[in-house]
Write a protein that binds this ligand. Structure first.
Ligand SMILES: Cc1cc2nc3c(=O)[nH]c(=O)nc-3n(C[C@H](O)[C@H](O)[C@H](O)COP(=O)(O)O)c2cc1C
Length: 385
């Protein structure tokens, strides 16, 4: 039952229900001396917040973060950082009729069977609302990653299967303006043409009283060589677990992913080359089919992965199901009920946050804390290479 914590060295524990008074996260293991403020965390939460535009749930939450502990004179102390978000749009009445039945595609069947009790107000712990805490913790993790120039980004590259773009070859992910383009897009799209196609598809789903799934591309620039450990702490294994812990995710691929199974060894191999970075010679790779890891350890290439998100289970269309009393019945969400027509949109900042959490944990696993304190961040060599 103790399953609300993630990470080993930078460990987060989230708490709270969708329609309780508040939700929050406790971060244990954040290195001391990092400049931090609510203003530095807030922008990430604003991107994930509901009610931003017609393509996400109309639930209104201001998601103003409060820092309760672990910070002194604007810096982290090395002690638990506690972050709190009040729930403001917790009208549970709209969920009363859902209390009596098993919701297809939602978690109340398994939760009820396992625990014998379920907080049905907005899905309780299984609600997407819990992911706000991950985003807040991810923003804190990024303050550490910034010291090393590690920059994760995530973007929506398909929804409902309409994308005509190959995100691997047709988007210039190294374009410096891409981050602001994605953040300014109401659906986190890296490309205007793609954004228009996906928006139309989401609007169609809303009009049909239905929902659609989507695909998110994750990329991390500024990767050092050496993050991740062999065997059970492989970087891609931890990333996979992180991504599949996000509600509604159904698939994870790294590099060529499932397409690797169709390639020959000659074509899939990333060949070593001499390259110059900032005037320094180093051994690099010609291609990045592996997606940035070898043997579970980052190889200095950008990390590249893809996450599949299922269509939202809450739909207005009538669906057949079974009531808790065993009687078969039909139900659909009421007109105007608050839900995400395409969860993949609001899952984009969550994918970025989980990436930040995995990477900061991998950095700290390299036992850098003492080096942080004695040498300072700038002089710290990530893995002694
Ligand atoms: C940001 C976010 C928002 C979500 N919003 C909804 C929603 O409005 N309606 C819904 O049925 N599910 C929503 N979900 C998904 C459910 O939480 C999830 O499908 C459910 O807990 C069952 O878990 P599973 O899909 O991982 O098996 C959302 C998920 C995320 C990450």
């Amino acid at each position: 039952m103790a399953s609300n914590s993630f990470g080993t060295h930078f460990r987060i524990t989230t708490w709270g229900e969708s329609h309780g008074p508040a939700i929050g996260v406790v971060i244990d293991g954040c290195p001391p001396g990092i400049e931090i403020s609510a203003e530095k965390i807030q922008p990430a939460l604003d991107l994930r917040a509901p009610g931003r535009n017609p393509f996400v749930t109309p639930r209104k939450e201001s998601d103003q973060i409060q820092i309760l502990s672990g910070v002194y004179e604007g810096k982290t102390t090395g002690h638990p950082i506690s972050l709190l978000l009040w729930n403001q749009s917790a009208e549970s009445g709209a969920y009363n009729h859902l209390k009596e039945l098993y919701r297809p595609g939602h978690s109340n069947f398994t939760y009820l069977t396992k625990y014998g009790i379920f907080d049905s107000r907005g899905g309780g712990r299984s609600s997407g609302r819990e992911t706000a805490c991950r985003v807040a913790a991810g923003a804190v993790a990024q303050l550490v990653l910034d010291q090393f120039g590690i920059q994760p980004l995530a973007a929506l590259v398909d929804a409902g299967g309409v994308s005509s773009i190959d995100p691997k070859s047709q988007i210039d992910w190294s374009d410096k303006d891409l981050v602001s383009r994605i953040d300014q897009s109401p659906i986190f799209c890296p490309n205007q043409e793609l954004e228009d196609v996906i928006k139309n598809r989401i609007a169609e789903a809303i009009a049909d009283g239905d929902s659609i799934g989507g695909t998110i591309e994750g990329i991390v620039f500024g990767m050092p060589i050496g993050l991740g450990d062999p065997v059970y702490e492989k970087l891609e294994a931890n990333l996979a677990k992180a991504m599949l812990s996000i509600p509604a995710t159904k698939g994870f691929e790294i590099g060529e992913g499932f397409d690797a199974a169709k390639m020959s060894g000659y074509d899939h191999n990333d060949r070593f080359i001499h390259e110059k970075i900032d005037g320094n010679e180093r051994i690099g790779l010609e291609t990045n089919h592996a997606g940035g890891t070898l043997g579970g350890i980052s190889n200095g290439m950008p990390l590249r992965f893809t996450v599949a998100v299922k269509p939202t289970s809450s739909v207005r269309k009538l669906q057949r199901t079974i009531g808790l009393d065993g009687v078969e019945r039909e139900f659909g969400l009421a007109e105007g009920a608050k839900h995400d027509p395409c969860i993949a949109v609001r899952a984009v900042p969550v994918v970025k946050a989980m990436t930040q959490l995995v990477l900061v944990d991998a950095l700290l696993a390299n036992q850098l804390i003492s080096s942080f304190v004695t040498k300072g961040y700038k002089e710290t060599n990530v893995c002694g290479l």
